[in-house]
Design a protein around this ligand. Structure first.
Ligand SMILES: Cc1cc2nc3c(=O)[nH]c(=O)nc-3n(C[C@H](O)[C@H](O)[C@H](O)COP(=O)(O)O)c2cc1C
Length: 377
């Protein structure tokens, strides 16, 4: 067992950094290539029993990508059917790294697909009820407690492979996840794309894309949704007793570490790998290497030592007394970021030294946040 290995729902994975479900794992050829990466698991694009009416092909256009800001808005609405995957399932299950993702919109068809997958020995099955733009078009099943409890109960009654439910963000994500837990679900994956949200081109004043669902909207993913996902993971970890697999906005190893400290058993990355294009596998491998280096730097010998370490600290009472930042001149590079950010005018640079006026300081912490060298603590 390496320090990165983690046991989830009875399967030991080589590490907790996984590729989330999406286009880049939409066929066997792509999955075979991805299996050669160092990712602890690969989740192929969501499959289903049959195409919904009118949804055999994607709308044109269906991807709005912003490389600089590291986000994607997407409106894909199809993927390979289980009929396509069927002949590969035996081989894929042997890797112990593939988790099949199945659409949970149509309960009886979801059961049919899960029964096919259940014949093999996959670590678990991920049920997707949370794609933002599908929810917009067909009703938000990701927020439908009756759908969730019926779906989970039927699957748990008929399927022996463990089942994880992939939820989207909503104000009710914790209560919905609890309903799924009470109905027997084995794990929660959170979150899927957010929204869907609008964006448009200000040079024309027009929506950038059709994105298929009208109003120029698409499901938002990537860096911009990280804190939404992180907050959901904290809330879920505090309220549930089953594994939480974090997904949403993870673009660097530090994000994955935060998710695990927030209680996640593993993390899934999608957009950051998609945005790396043909360098996706290289990106994943470097991510895992850097993740490992971070653990070494901070002397963690087991990934499980990080898990949930944030949670008990969240209940600390508010500190209402003043705390004046401590200054370490040796670390200071005199960039004056602290001087600039202090709205109270409590900080100044005098004789190459930062001076804090204790009478003006209101202990907001802004100067500490912006100090690049931790000269202020
Ligand atoms: C182009 C694209 C296709 C996606 N397809 C699927 C899918 O088939 N099934 C699924 O569960 N999630 C799908 N997702 C959602 C991702 O797996 C992930 O939950 C979401 O994008 C948030 O994570 P990220 O910010 O790391 O991308 C897709 C996302 C994108 C951008």
């Amino acid at each position: 067992m390496s320090k990165l290995s983690c046991k989830i729902l009875g399967t030991t994975f080589s590490n907790p950094i996984w590729l989330g479900s999406g286009t880049i794992s939409d066929n066997k050829e792509r999955v075979d290539k991805l299996l050669k990466s160092k990712a602890g698991a690969i989740i192929p694009r969501t499959t289903r029993f049959k195409y919904a009416p009118g949804r055999k092909a994607h709308p044109s256009y269906h991807l709005d990508i912003n490389i600089d800001e590291k986000w994607i808005r997407n409106c894909e609405w199809t993927g390979n059917l289980i009929n396509y995957w069927q002949s590969y399932l035996k081989e894929l299950s042997k890797s112990k790294k593939i988790i099949m993702s199945v659409s949970g919109r149509d309960i009886s068809n979801c059961l049919k697909v899960c029964k096919i997958i259940d014949k093999y020995n996959f670590p678990f099955i991920e049920i997707n009820i949370s794609c933002a733009h599908s929810n917009e078009i067909n009703g938000f099943i990701t927020r439908n407690s009756k759908h969730i409890s019926t779906l989970v109960k039927i699957l748990k009654k008929n399927i022996k492979t463990p089942i994880a439910l992939k939820l989207g963000h909503s104000d009710f994500i914790v209560s919905l996840a609890k309903i799924a837990e009470e109905s027997g679900i084995d794990a929660i994956v959170a979150i899927n794309t957010y929204g869907p949200v609008i964006d448009f081109d200000i040079s024309t004043g027009c929506p950038k894309l059709t994105l298929g669902i009208g109003n120029g909207k698409g499901g938002l993913s990537g860096k911009t949704i990280f804190h939404i996902a992180l907050t959901d993971v904290v809330d879920l970890s505090q309220n549930l007793n089953i594994p939480i697999i974090a997904c949403g906005g993870i673009t660097k190893p530090e994000d994955a570490i935060k998710m695990i400290m927030a209680g996640a058993s593993a993390v899934q990355i999608y957009s950051a790998v998609h945005l790396a294009g043909r360098q996706g596998i290289k990106f994943l491998n470097k991510f895992i290497l850097d993740f490992n280096t971070w653990l070494d730097k901070y002397k963690y010998e087991d990934i499980n030592d990080l898990k949930g370490m944030l949670l008990p600290l969240l209940s600390r009472p508010h500190h209402m007394g003043p705390i004046i930042p401590k200054y370490n001149q040796r670390l200071c590079i005199q960039c004056q970021a602290c001087v600039n950010i202090c709205l109270e005018g409590a900080i100044s640079l005098l004789d190459n030294k930062i001076v804090i006026n204790k009478n003006k300081c209101i202990s907001c912490g802004a100067c500490v946040s912006v100090c690049p060298t931790k000269a202020l603590k």
